[in-house]
Design a protein around this ligand. Structure first.
Ligand code: ADP
Length: 727
């Protein structure tokens, strides 16, 4: 409705404006058409005047103007479409008394049938040559043109002024017999004809060239093409008695516009009055206004309908767009919320999460992964940034997320380490990856769990377990030792109880016997018994002393702190040999043969312990000799590649059975019990203890050729490594 209102309002305003403008436009059109009509009439009149002037000039130039000459001169006029022109004639003056002579003269000039018909008795003017221009064959020669005062006056004015003139209007003489409704206002155009300049320098007047014109035909022929039926026109001649209408052309009914312009015709100033009806002029009609109203209204209606259709369609489209936009916004909001939620979840995950495309290129990662992939995620992992935990290269196709993205594998807990800089430098990560099945974004998602702490913890646990195992082993060993020591103590207790009780019981018994003997008086028999008791007492005490000494030595070898220094075994052997053979030499017995073979390397050890060791071995070698055979002992030694020194004490004694080779080093174990060899069974146990406390070992083997050969190792003097302390 608004559109319709606006359209109608615009139409009405436009119609008003058109109406207001119509008058101005009509006046302008009227002026333009009048100017065109004036130009047409003026140009046509000038053409006629020029034609008459030219014929007159040509006729004047002829020395003896003949009818043939005139025909030739006027021949071009026949083709020039002079509307309204009746004929062009050559007119000569003739005094009344000269009429026949003149007639004869022009007959002689080609006008054979010429008969001059004078009117009145005054001066005459006769047409002698003629050319019809209106298509008729009517003869117009011989006519006395003075019978029409208007033509006579025009001819006289032309002669006097020596110029082309136009006459006032009148009825052409040849039209006077036409019916009144066919008669027209006519006029003539006349031009004087003079002969060429003669010998006297003057031109003789010969007559006139005269063209008759029918006004109505002239004006219609002239204005038809320029004024059409829009304009009415009236040509008004400046007659001697005042303006005289020459001809009228058209003239629309109800003309409301008129113009008057002057037109020069020969020597006269004629007027052209034009009329027109403004509404018929182009741009001046009310038709345009009505048309504008109708068209405007129609257009307004059409526009209204169109606007209604468009508006309703637009409204529907807008409604759909609004709905679609709302739906789009809702989905966008949902997508954004989901993306935010996903991003929040991703970022809240403390472990790096990577999303790669089908080719394995990183496309998303969470906040925790940011410190892993660095500032240029597209370039991660560069080179050998990812390695196996043992440091070996991790080929790119084997990376868990690449396997999942390219091969669709489900990869679980693959351990890897990160090389480079950053918080994950050196960390051990456990990577699991799954392929993404989305058609829009195929690829894979991978979660990397930092298991560095767990791995360290596991390693610590493993170390702790190992340590515990060792401690348990040591504890078991200690317990074993404790058990051994307990057993040893039990054995000690038993041995001590037995070996000390027995001598003590013997000492007590023999002491009572000795007391009895001494109380009953020492007879010879009693004296012998007393001496025997004393000997037994001494033997028992001696056994107890040796046992106590050995027990002390064993305790010393086992528990006493030792102070290793450089020790020369040769010196110790010499001292031992001297001590052990001195009493035999003093008693005149056969001393044992004890030899040192070769150089004995110096050792590092506790001097008292090493001396005890050598003394026990050499002592056994001397002791366990078959009765009646002198002992033969050799001591030798040499360095070993492991930085120790091996010393060997070999004898030619009774030897040790093979099954006793290990047992002889046990406390209180004796290989030859009941054979009369005195001993406590602690000597070799002391030796083993001493060797062990120096980090060495001892064993016995048969001596080739008979006897036994004890081998033991001690640290070389130059070896300052800490000796193990065996408690
Ligand atoms: P004992 O005090 O009995 O000598 P040891 O511990 O020194 O105790 O020796 C243990 C046993 O080893 C001895 O009883 C003996 O039977 C045997 N034995 C030790 N040395 C020799 C040796 N050189 N030749 C033969 N038997 C030996």
């Amino acid at each position: 409705m608004i559109t319709l209102g606006i359209g109608l309002a615009v139409t009405l305003v436009s119609a008003d404006l058109l109406e207001a403008n119509r008058d101005g436009v009509a006046r302008q059109v009227m002026d333009r058409h009048t100017a065109l009509a004036r130009q047409a009439v003026s140009a046509e009149a000038t053409r006629y005047v020029d034609a008459v002037r030219n014929v007159a000039a040509a006729a004047g130039s002829q020395t003896d103007l003949t009818r043939a000459d005139f025909q030739d001169l006027t021949a071009p006029l026949a083709d020039q479409q002079f509307s309204g022109a009746s004929a062009v004639v050559f007119v000569v003056p003739a005094a009344h008394d000269r009429v026949r002579a003149v007639e004869a003269f022009w007959r002689g000039r080609g006008a054979g049938g010429l008969t001059l018909r004078p009117v009145g008795a005054g001066e005459h003017m006769f047409s002698v040559f003629e050319r019809n221009l209106d298509g008729t064959n009517e003869t117009v020669t011989g006519i006395d043109v003075t019978q029409a005062p208007q033509s006579r006056a025009a001819l006289l004015r032309a002669q006097r002024a020596d110029a082309v003139t136009a006459s006032d209007t009148y009825q052409l003489l040849r039209d006077r017999d036409l019916p009144p409704d066919q008669q027209q206002h006519s006029f003539v155009i006349a031009a004087p004809v003079h002969s060429p300049v003669g010998a006297d320098g003057r031109r003789a007047f010969r007559g006139w060239v005269l063209m008759g014109l029918r006004g109505q035909d002239f004006i219609e022929g002239t204005l038809r093409s320029s004024a059409g039926d829009l304009l009415g026109a009236t040509l008004v001649a400046s007659g001697a008695a005042g303006p005289e209408p020459v001809a009228a052309y058209g003239g629309p009914a109800g003309a409301d516009l008129n113009r008057t312009v002057t037109i020069p015709v020969a020597q006269e100033q004629w007027s052209l009055r034009t009329t027109a009806r403004s509404t018929r002029l182009p741009g001046g009609g009310t038709f345009l206004v009505r048309l504008a109203l109708i068209c405007g209204t129609a257009i307004a209606l059409l526009l209204s309908v169109l606007a209604f259709i468009l508006l309703s369609a637009r409204a529907r489209a807008l409604s759909r767009v609004v709905e679609a936009t709302a739906e789009l916004r809702r989905r966008e909001q949902e997508a954004r919320e989901q993306a935010d939620l996903l991003g929040t979840i991703m970022d809240s995950i403390g472990e790096p999460v990577l999303v790669v495309d089908r080719g394995g290129a990183l496309v998303h990662h969470n906040a925790a992964a940011r410190v892993l992939v660095g500032a240029d995620p597209g370039a991660w992992p560069a080179g050998d940034a990812v390695r196996h935990p043992d440091g070996s290269p991790f080929p790119e196709p084997e990376l868990p997320w690449i396997r999942a993205a390219r091969g669709g594998e489900a990869v679980d807990r693959v351990e890897l380490t990160i090389v480079g800089s950053g918080p994950y430098e050196g960390a051990v990560l456990s990577a699991s990856a799954r392929a993404l099945r989305s058609a829009d974004a195929p690829g894979a998602v991978a979660v990397l769990r930092d298991i560095t702490a767990r791995k360290r913890h596991e390693e610590q646990l493993a170390r702790a377990a190992d340590l515990l195992e060792r401690e348990l082993g040591q504890r078991r060993e200690t317990e074993e030792q404790l058990r051994e020591q307990t057993a040893e103590l039990d054995a000690f207790a038993g041995i001590v109880a037995h070996d000390l009780k027995a001598p003590l019981a013997a000492v007590a018994g023999y002491s009572e016997l000795l007391q009895y003997d001494l109380a009953s008086g020492l007879t010879s028999e009693a004296g012998r018994a007393a001496r025997s008791s004393v000997d037994s007492i001494v033997n028992g005490v001696d056994r107890m002393r040796r046992l106590i000494d050995n027990l002390l030595s064993y305790a010393t070898a086992r528990d006493a702190p030792h102070h290793p220094v450089r020790v020369d075994p040769r010196l110790l052997v010499d001292q031992i040999v001297t001590e052990r053979t001195a009493h035999l030499r003093a008693a005149g017995g056969v001393p044992p043969v004890i030899e040192v073979v070769g150089e004995l390397p110096t050792v590092r050890g506790d001097p008292a312990m090493v001396r005890q060791l050598l003394d026990n071995l050499i002592g056994n070698a001397v002791k366990y000799t078959a009765p009646g055979r002198p002992a033969a002992v050799t001591v030798s030694g040499g360095p070993r590649p492991d930085g120790t020194v091996e010393l060997v004490v070999a004898d030619r004694g009774i030897g040790i059975p093979a099954d006793q080779a290990d047992k002889v080093f046990q406390t209180f174990h004796r290989a030859h019990p009941g054979t009369g060899y005195q001993g406590t069974g602690l000597g070799l146990a002391i030796c083993q203890r001493i060797v062990q406390r120096h980090g060495g070992s001892i064993r016995v083997e048969p001596n080739p050729g008979g006897g036994s050969r004890f081998r033991f190792t001690l640290p070389a003097a130059g070896n300052r490594r800490t000796l193990p302390v065996i408690d």
